[in-house]
Design a protein around this ligand. Structure first.
Ligand SMILES: Cc1cc2nc3c(=O)[nH]c(=O)nc-3n(C[C@H](O)[C@H](O)[C@H](O)COP(=O)(O)OP(=O)(O)OC[C@H]3O[C@@H](n4cnc5c(N)ncnc54)[C@H](O)[C@@H]3O)c2cc1C
Ligand SMILES: *[C@@H]1O[C@H](CO)[C@@H](O)[C@H](O)[C@H]1NC(C)=O
Ligand SMILES: *[C@@H]1O[C@H](CO)[C@@H](O)[C@H](O)[C@H]1NC(C)=O
Ligand SMILES: *[C@@H]1O[C@H](CO)[C@@H](O)[C@H](O)[C@H]1NC(C)=O
Ligand SMILES: *[C@@H]1O[C@H](CO)[C@@H](O)[C@H](O)[C@H]1NC(C)=O
Length: 533
């Protein structure tokens, strides 16, 4: 999206809702004083009153530089800027060029950036770990990319029950720090993935069956709201905002601290076990059976992924168990299927986290998609047959690595999602178990992007049609694996979407996080709109 599009979008009338959180006569200029920016002392800013100008982003970036120091702002043309943009996980995001990159070192500085964006109407994006798989997810062409990397604390409370985790962290650093106390938090499975994007969209860990998702284990969020006010939301203070942040993504504010509940974790057992196509009929059956019987032992987690790697079709079951028990009884059926390779072992969370990330290339072309279905082994088989059946259309793309994986959302996990007032996702244990069918493809040549996106869309059209025929559909789309053509918030259900919009109207009555932060999954639709026909 170009800056001019964003500006014209902001001209479209946005209903201003009555709000007690932000008064209708809220004065951005006055609020900026509290964030350390005195507008009347800066000649370029003095004439601006919440309106855009040609130099909006130039002005906003200069003010950030003047106020918070040149060290905290990267500008186009510098090598620091190039190495920053080059470090995104997906090549599509590395090709986005913000006007500047701002690296705040406090929540107050984050407030200043939000208010300056309001004053100048320069749009912004927020970067946590930078793993969004499409352009504009966590960077913005011509705007301000607010990079949270300096907000990287990992601090235990005195009773060690809560870890205060800064939004600039990657999971490996969090786990390494907490491991020293024999503790962990509910978070991501791959070392370099960011804490904040993963937690704001939901967050699937190895411990979901026992604890729910990452967002369900955040005790409270420190969040910068649209008016620059910093609040701590928990189940009793700003409870509506708290529930919206549990899966609502970047629509409600910028989180500057996640206070996460810890749990005791020592050595565990797990790893991948690889199966060849001759065994796949059993693989579908066993996966579905264990997911359905998850309540029998919630210490287990299983993902099964099917891939075409160097021309060979493989299935890898990643099996994890939160005790150091080799082959726990619940996994007996997996053990009975002959494996081409087995790397399961007694291990620990930091090692598992490093291993799962190892060898995944960074900085190449990526696409992620997902839909959710009622658990059914025949639909899994149909999906894999269709996946490999359509593959010839893209198989010659250089360095292609297509993966289709299944991750169940079990009934015990859904029950845990209801703790502390429930999350934003709209998943009901009565509809479970369901599973996420997640497509992830990587390749190197941008000329292949269109046909790979078409392949992805066609694959899901076929699976969705089959699911509909068999009564196996489920509306939910997991934000963290969704493509930019998928309307994630609508997938949470009409009533839930209405509720989220009402909460946004209270904390962000002028829709700052919709208009001025246009990237990612908005309350009113997919970042790129529907997939082009
Ligand atoms: C290799 C790999 C492994 C993965 N493994 C898992 C897994 O085990 N479990 C799982 O559930 N998902 C997993 N995912 C998906 C992952 O959750 C998403 O990619 C997620 O968006 C990553 O977060 P991030 O902070 O790195 O990304 P970013 O691109 O930085 O952020 C994603 C979105 O969140 C917004 N955002 C980031 N920080 C904040 C903040 N503090 N306040 C407000 N908005 C913010 C950004 O603006 C952006 O829109 C994986 C993805 C990859 C690529
Ligand atoms: C906001 O406050 C500033 C400083 O007090 C004042 O100059 C300006 O007129 C106010 N703006 C509005 C829209 O009231
Ligand atoms: C802001 O700057 C103006 C002009 O330099 C000055 O008169 C005023 O006292 C400053 N206000 C604050 C709160 O520092
Ligand atoms: C929520 O936060 C408020 C304010 O910080 C605090 O007083 C209250 O005890 C918290 N609620 C819970 C359930 O922890
Ligand atoms: C986890 O395993 C790694 C690799 O074996 C080891 O270096 C590390 O010390 C282990 N951590 C703990 C807390 O034992």
């Amino acid at each position: 999206m170009k800056l001019t599009d964003v500006v014209s979008l902001s001209v479209v009338a946005v209903a201003i809702h009555a709000s007690t959180f932000e008064p209708t006569d809220f004065n951005v200029t006055e609020a900026l004083i509290d964030s350390g920016v005195n507008v009347s002392a800066i000649p370029e800013l003095a004439g601006l009153v919440e309106r855009s100008s040609i130099g909006a982003c130039s002005i906003a970036c200069n003010v950030l530089k003047l106020t918070f120091g040149a060290d905290s702002v990267l500008s186009e043309g510098s090598s620091a800027y190039d190495s920053f943009t080059g470090a995104y996980w997906a090549a599509q995001q590395a090709n986005v060029n913000p006007f500047c990159v701002f690296k705040p070192s406090s929540a107050t500085q984050v407030s200043a950036a939000v208010l300056l964006s309001r004053l100048t109407q320069c749009p912004f994006a927020v970067k946590g770990g930078g793993h969004a798989a499409f352009a504009g997810g966590s960077s913005i062409e011509g705007g301000i990319t607010i990079a949270l990397e300096k907000l990287n604390e990992v601090t235990l409370s005195s009773n060690k029950k809560i870890a205060a985790v800064g939004p600039g962290n990657r999971w490996i650093r969090v786990y390494e720090t907490l491991e020293q106390d024999g503790l962990a938090v509910i978070g991501g499975r791959v070392a370099t993935v960011g804490v904040s994007g993963l937690t704001l969209g939901g967050g699937i860990s190895h411990f979901a069956n026992a604890y729910g998702w990452a967002c369900d284990n955040v005790e409270s969020y420190e969040v910068v709201t649209a008016s620059g006010v910093i609040v701590t939301a928990n189940v009793t203070a700003f409870p509506d905002l708290y529930s919206a942040l549990r899966g609502g993504g970047n629509n409600f504010g910028i989180v500057t601290k996640f206070n996460m509940r810890t749990f005791a974790l020592g050595p565990m057992w797990g790893g991948p076990r690889v199966y060849l196509p001759s065994e796949w009929d059993q693989v579908y059956t066993v996966y579905a059976k264990i997911a359905r019987n998850a309540a029998q032992d919630t210490k287990q987690a299983q993902i099964v992924s099917f891939a075409l790697q160097n021309g060979i079709q493989l299935a890898a079951a990643d099996l994890e168990y939160s005790e150091p028990t080799p082959w726990p009884a619940i996994f007996a059926d997996w053990k009975a299927i002959p494996a081409a390779q087995d790397l399961t072992a007694i291990t620990n969370l930091t090692t598992v986290t490093r291993n799962l990330g190892a060898g995944i290339p960074e900085g190449i072309q990526e696409t992620y998609w997902d839909y959710t279905y009622k658990l059914d082994r025949d639909l899994m088989k149909f999906s894999i047959d269709t996946f490999f059946g359509l593959m010839p259309a893209i198989a010659d793309a250089p360095d292609l690595l297509p993966v289709l994986s299944f991750q169940a959302i079990t009934v015990p996990a859904m029950e845990k999602m209801q703790q502390n007032g429930g999350n934003a996702l709209g998943l009901d244990p009565k509809d479970g178990p369901v599973y996420i069918c997640n497509l992830a493809i990587m390749w190197t040549n941008a000329a292949d992007n269109d046909r790979i996106h078409k392949f992805s869309n066609t694959l899901y059209q076929r699976i969705n049609a089959e699911a509909a025929k068999k009564g196996l559909t489920n509306d939910y789309i997991y934000m963290n694996y969704a493509s930019p053509w998928q309307d994630v918030i609508s997938s949470y259900g009409a009533a839930n979407k209405q509720r989220l919009k009402k909460i946004a109207a209270v904390y962000d009555p002028t829709a700052v996080f919709q208009r001025l932060q246009p990237g990612y999954f908005k309350l009113e639709g997919a970042p790129y709109g529907p997939f082009p026909a």
